[in-house]
Design a protein around this ligand. Structure first.
Ligand SMILES: [Zn+2]
Ligand SMILES: [Zn+2]
Length: 137
C-alpha cells in the first residue's frame, strides 16, 4: 500500500484519486507548499471543485496543516509519522522555504490572569541548511 493510501486509511477517509494525489505530492516535498503551488501541480489532473473539496477534507481531518507566516504567505504541510501534534516551524529568510520541525514541541506561554489560549504557533526565522551550505562553498 502506498504511504498516501495508508495515511487516508488511518484517518478513516475514503480513498479518492484527488485526495491521494494531494497527499502524495505533499509527501514528496520536504518543504511546506502554498495552496497555489499544490493547485498548480495538480490542476491538470482534477477539476477545481474536486480539488478544493478534497483539500478542505484533508485539512479538516488534520492530515495537512496550515502554517501562517502572514496574511500573504500561507503554506501547507503534511503531518508525517512521529510528528508532534503542535510543533514549531522554520522559515528561511534567504530562500523563503518553510518546513515542519516535527519533533520540536511548543512550550506553553504563561498568560496573564483572565487570558485563555486557543492556539500557540511558533515560527523560527533564520537560514536553512541548504542556504547555509551554499554560503560556505
Ligand atoms: Zn533557505
Ligand atoms: Zn508542520
Amino acid at each position: 500500500m502506498s504511504e498516501a493510501r495508508e495515511i487516508l486509511r488511518q484517518h478513516m477517509l475514503k480513498r479518492t484519486n484527488c485526495r491521494e494525489g494531494i497527499v502524495s505530492l505533499m509527501l514528496e516535498n520536504e518543504h511546506a507548499l502554498s495552496e497555489h503551488e499544490i493547485r498548480d501541480r495538480l490542476a491538470s489532473s482534477y477539476d477545481r471543485t474536486t480539488f478544493y473539496r478534497s483539500f478542505k477534507t484533508l485539512e479538516e481531518s488534520g492530515i495537512i496543516h496550515k502554517i501562517v507566516l502572514d496574511s500573504q504567505k500561507v503554506r501547507y504541510a503534511i503531518a508525517r509519522r512521529g510528528y508532534i501534534n503542535s510543533h514549531a516551524h522554520f522559515h528561511c529568510n534567504s530562500c523563503s522555504s518553510v518546513r515542519c520541525l516535527g519533533s520540536a514541541s511548543i512550550q506553553p506561554v504563561e498568560l496573564p490572569e483572565g487570558y485563555r489560549a486557543s492556539e500557540t504557533e511558533v515560527i523560527v526565522h533564520g537560514i536553512c541548511r541548504n542556504c547555509n551550505e551554499n554560503v560556505k562553498s
